[in-house]
Each structure stands twice: as C-alpha cells, then as structure tokens.
Design a binder for this molecule. Structure first.
Ligand code: ARG
Length: 468
C-alpha cells in the first residue's frame, strides 16, 4: 500500500489509477484542524486493537505490540504538541495515526483498520474529545459561578436600581442582581451536562454504515473507553451530529449570558452610570486619547458571541438535507465546535477575572436607586394593603409622581402632608417606603430581592456549588 517511506500513508487508493489532484488534496485535508483529535484517536485505536484480539484478528503479541507503539506515539505527541503534525501530509488524523504506527510496527499497522471505517472512527474521536472539553468548560464555568457568589457575599448590602427598558424600575440588592447571572450560568452548566450524556454514546462497531462484519464486542469497547452505552443503530451512529449541535447550542446560550453581563457592566462602569470600576488588568488604553480606560475584555466577550452563534447556524445548515448516512460534508462539523470551545473557555475565565477584580461605588448605586421615584410601586401597594383597589392606587401615585417631577421633588423631599394631598389613606407607616431599603425588604417571597430571601438564595447557591 505504501510505496516509499516518503509518501504519506493512505487508507484507500487500490481502485484508482490516478492519484487525487493536488487541489482536491489541499481542499479536503482535515489534519490541519482535526489533529486535536489525536489522543482520542489513539485511545480509540488501542481499544479497537484489543477488540480485534478478542475477535481473533490479532494475536496477543500483535495486540500488545500495537498498544505499546500507540502509547509511545501518544507520549510523543503530548511532548511535541501541535509541532508533532508539522509538515505531515496525511489527509486526516486517523490516517496520520496509522501512518505513524506503520513507521513503528510495519505491516501490523495495516491490520488495525480491519472492519473499521473512518466514518465511525471520526464519530468516536469527536465524542471522546467533546466529553473532555465539556468537563473542562464546566470547570471554567465553576470559577465564574464561584466568583459571582463570592462577590454577592462581599457586597451583600449594596443597592442597585433594577431596570426594565433600561429605565429605573425598582430598587434591588446588588447581590440579587448577581444571583440572576448565577441562575443563567447554572443552567448553562446543566445544559452542558445534558450534552455530555448525548456525547456519551459509543459508535464503534458500526462499520462504514451497516455494522461491523467482525465479532467486535461493542459493550466491552464502550466500557474500556468510558462510555455509558453503545449506539443502537449503525446508520444513525455514523451520521448523527446532534451531540455537536447540542454543544454549539449550549455554548451559544452561555455566550449570550456572558454577553448580557458584559453589556451591563460596560454600561455600569461608564462615566454615565458610575456604579462599577473595572480593574486595570482587564482594561486597555487608547493609542490616541491618553485618558481612556476601555472595557475591551467585556467588549470582546460580547463580540465573540455572534461568531459562536454563527457556528451553530453553520453546522445546522450543514446537517440540513444531508442524505443518510455519512457524507463528507460532515467533516465541516469540527471547526465550528473546536472554535466555539476555544472561545468559550477563555471567555469564561476572563469573565470570572472581571467579576473577581471589579470594585463597586455603592454610594453612586444607592443614589441612583433613590432618585427617580423607584418607590412608586411600593406606595401603590401600600394603598392596596389599606384597601384601595390597586388600579386606583396606581392612578393616585402616578399623579403624585407626575406633579412631584414637575416640581423637581424626589421621594426624600416629600412629607406626609405632601402624600396625603393625594390620598388620606397615606399615614406615618408609609414614610419609610420613600427610601429604597424598605421597598426591597418588602419583597421577601422566595426568589425576591429582600435580604432574607437573598440570604436564602445565596445559601442554596453555595450548597449547589459545593455539590459540583
Ligand atoms: N476527515 C473525515 C471527517 O472528518 C474523516 C472521515 C472520512 N471518511 C470518509 N469516508 N471519507 O469526516
């Protein structure tokens, strides 16, 4: 099969008189990106060698020799990193690994592909790689989740104007705000867990599409390779990319959450808001304007979100309309997933670093929470508690706000007499509602912003984090 030591290893060719055009070779090679699957490919090939021994294709000695050579190759690649593939001309990682094996064990390498197809092999490698990547991503997420909880505990009494439509709405605790993001990233963590389960299905033994013609013990293979179960249908096994799509969806949603956090903090740290101060180590300067301190870290997190969403759309578009089973189009599955993972990990780490190092201006936040009649809802609810139908109370307080704004009055400038001019139902007890803390304390339902509810939520968050 191999003509000279210089020719790259090739897994097909007998049927052809002519070699493929250089243009096709260059266009179709995947080694430049699927080298990332090297260790997964070696792991899969080692397990497959043992399966071939059990199927009586390889002798015990041959298996031991192949496994040893594969372990040596694995160590060599670990040592050399991406440099191990420099100048290699094999078309993909599967061919590369077998080619390297041939250099070490000669013709024995040609036996290792018995009954095996790259269609199932690439599905296996991709799943092994993705399972590891999901675990690493979850670790990065955990650092961010931990940072959010620590920040919420540290600045637990700070206030923030809560916004709807980016207009001041009701005051909330800063810690309550941070825990909102904790919820989002917690769901991302859980989504990745579900995706892990989808990837945790072992396709080897499916052959090219119809199932292996050799007696390979698929369950034993799954066991050895650390998979929860084996695929149930060979046609599906070689063409299913749901697990990759699920990862891209999970990565996209996680990036959407990161992007919203970034957007909030870019605003909150601006001169206009003045709530937060980003640390210098996560900020950059301007080449022209000496005074600038820009939030590039957050802007890039926001910016990369579009690109990752693009990857999800790209793969969904690739899969759409593909006839069963394997088609070479499926080679396009890897780069979007690699890039999404390679962007998400560092984005999560950077976001954690931003959360850990940002400082608050609690006075500015509290000021913003007490100016702009954020207590109006509390006043209307006070009237409702006293028996005024809510809609009427809403009207009364609406008028109070309208006229106060016209007179340039904020809640803290109002006396009981001022309030009673709008409704005699207002009494002394409503006066504390004019400051934001009182309104916050009223919202003590589970999931609300009252300190008691937030303390409870923080406790639960801590316990969940410990369970990870
Ligand atoms: N590089 C290919 C991929 O990523 C490997 C499978 C090739 N199979 C084939 N029949 N050409 O999909």
């Amino acid at each position: 099969m191999r003509k000279s030591p210089k020719t790259p290893y090739k897994l097909w060719g007998g049927r052809f008189e002519k070699p493929p055009a250089k243009s096709l070779e260059a266009f179709s090679q995947s080694l430049s990106f699927d080298y990332r699957l090297a260790q997964a490919d070696i792991e899969g090939t080692k397990a497959y060698a043992r399966a071939l021994e059990r199927a009586r294709i390889l002798t015990r000695r041959e298996t031991a020799r192949a496994v040893r050579a594969l372990a040596g190759l694995s160590a060599e690649i670990t040592k050399a990193g991406a440099g191990a593939f420099a100048g290699a001309e094999e078309e993909d990682i599967h061919t590369f690994v077998l080619g390297k094996l041939r250099e070490r064990v000669g013709e024995l390498a040609d036996k290792l592909h018995t009954g095996r197809s790259r269609n199932e092999q690439v599905a296996l490698d991709f799943r092994i790689w993705l399972k590891g990547t999901i675990r690493a991503t979850q670790e990065n997420l955990k650092r961010l989740l931990t940072a959010l909880v620590a920040k919420a505990e540290k600045d637990s009494s700070a206030l923030l104007p809560g916004y709807t439509h980016l207009r001041r709405a009701q005051p909330v605790l800063w810690s309550h705000y941070l825990l909102a993001y904790l919820e989002m990233f917690r769901r991302d963590h859980e989504r990745l867990e579900t995706c892990f389960q989808s990837a945790d299905v072992m396709p080897l033994g499916s052959g090219a599409l119809a199932g292996s013609g050799f007696n390979v013990d698929r369950r034993k293979l799954a066991n050895e390779l650390g998979f929860a179960c084996i695929s149930r249908n060979s046609l599906d096994a070689v063409s299913d990319r749901d697990f990759a799509l699920e990862f891209l969806f999970a990565a996209t949603v996680c990036f959407l959450h990161l992007s919203r956090l970034a957007e909030d903090w870019i605003l909150y740290s601006s001169e206009e808001f003045g709530f937060l101060e980003l640390a210098e180590e996560v900020s950059t300067g301007s080449s022209l304007m000496p005074q600038k301190k820009n939030p590039d870290s957050l802007e890039l997190i926001r910016g990369k979100t579009g690109r990752v969403l693009g990857h999800l759309v790209a793969l969904a578009t690739t899969v759409k309309g593909l006839p069963l089973t394997y088609n070479r189009d499926l080679q396009e599955d890897k780069e979007p997933v690699f890039d999404a993972a390679e962007q998400l990990g560092p984005a999560l780490e950077l976001a954690a670093q931003v959360v850990e190092t940002t400082t608050l201006h609690p006075e500015e936040m509290a000021k913003a929470a007490s100016v702009g009649w954020l207590c109006a809802t509390d006043l209307a609810e006070f009237l409702a508690e006293k028996g005024v139908p809510f809609h009427q109370g809403h009207e009364i307080v609406g008028r109070l706000v309208r006229e106060s704004l016209r007179a340039g009055k904020q809640p803290q400038d109002c006396t009981l007499e001022d309030l009673q001019r709008y409704s005699p139902v207002f009494d002394r007890k409503c006066l504390p509602l004019l400051s934001p803390e009182t309104g916050i304390a009223r919202r003590a339902v589970p999931g609300g912003t009252a300190p008691r509810a937030v303390r409870q939520a923080l406790q639960e968050a801590r316990a969940w984090l410990r369970s990870l």
